[in-house]
Design a protein around this ligand. Structure first.
Ligand SMILES: Cc1cc2nc3c(=O)[nH]c(=O)nc-3n(C[C@H](O)[C@H](O)[C@H](O)COP(=O)(O)O)c2cc1C
Length: 174
C-alpha cells in the first residue's frame, strides 16, 4: 500500500513537532512527511490518504495572496486538486487563551475548501475537551480536525495525538 502523506507547515515550529508525533504514532514506515514549502499539486495527487498539519497565525497572515508564509503559498493548490476518493484528516495548532474567539480557525478554513473539492474528512474531535469562545473549525458541533495547543496545554499533546491517531487508523486502513 502506498504511504500516508503528512503535508505540514511551517517547518521547525509546533506544527512540525506535532507532525513528528503523528508520524511516530501511525508507524514511521507508513508515513511520508512533506513540508508544504516544497510541495505541489502533483504531490497531493500522489496520495490517497493525506493528513494536513497547519497553525492559525491570524487569518490574513496565511490565506491572503499578500502574505508570505508556507501555508499561504501552498493553500491555493488545494482548490486545484480533486480530492474525491481521498481520505483526509487535519490537525491544527492554536492558542485557546490568547485567541479564544478564533481558536484553530485554520482547521476550519482548510476543511471547508477540502470538502468543496470532494474530500472525505475523518478524525472529528469532541469539543468537550477544550475551553474556547468560538472557532471556525467547529462544524456540526464537532471540531473537524484535531486542535493542539502547545502554548498553554503542551502537557495534553501526547494524549490528544495518541487518541486521535487511534481514532483515524481504521479509516486509513491501519
Ligand atoms: C501572530 C499570531 C497570530 C495567532 N493567531 C491565532 C489565532 O487566530 N487562533 C489560534 O488558535 N492561535 C493563534 N496563534 C497561536 C499559534 O497558532 C500557535 O502559537 C502555534 O503553536 C504556532 O505554531 P507554528 O509555530 O508551528 O506556526 C497565533 C500566533 C501568532 C504568533
Amino acid at each position: 500500500m502506498s504511504k500516508i502523506g503528512i503535508f505540514f507547515g511551517p517547518l521547525k515550529g509546533s506544527v512540525n513537532r506535532v507532525a513528528d508525533k503523528v508520524k511516530l504514532a501511525l508507524g514511521e514506515q507508513n508515513v511520508e512527511l512533506i513540508s508544504v514549502n516544497d510541495a505541489s499539486t502533483s504531490d497531493l495527487e500522489k496520495y490517497d490518504r493525506i493528513i494536513f498539519g497547519i497553525s492559525t497565525v491570524g487569518k490574513e497572515t496565511w490565506d491572503s495572496k499578500y502574505s508570505n508564509t508556507d501555508w499561504s503559498k501552498f493553500f491555493p493548490n488545494i482548490s486545484k486538486v480533486d480530492f474525491s476518493g481521498k481520505t483526509v484528516a487535519i490537525f491544527g495548532l492554536g492558542d485557546h487563551i490568547t485567541y479564544s474567539s478564533y481558536f484553530v480557525n485554520a482547521i476550519g478554513v482548510l476543511a471547508k475548501e477540502l470538502l468543496k473539492k470532494g474530500a472525505t474528512i475523518v478524525g472529528k474531535v469532541d469539543t468537550s475537551g477544550y475551553e474556547f469562545d468560538d472557532s471556525e473549525s467547529v462544524i456540526d458541533g464537532m471540531f473537524i480536525g484535531l486542535p493542539i495547543d502547545e502554548d498553554f496545554e503542551p502537557e495534553l499533546t501526547d494524549e490528544r495525538v495518541g487518541n486521535w491517531v487511534n481514532s483515524i487508523k481504521p479509516a486509513f486502513g491501519l
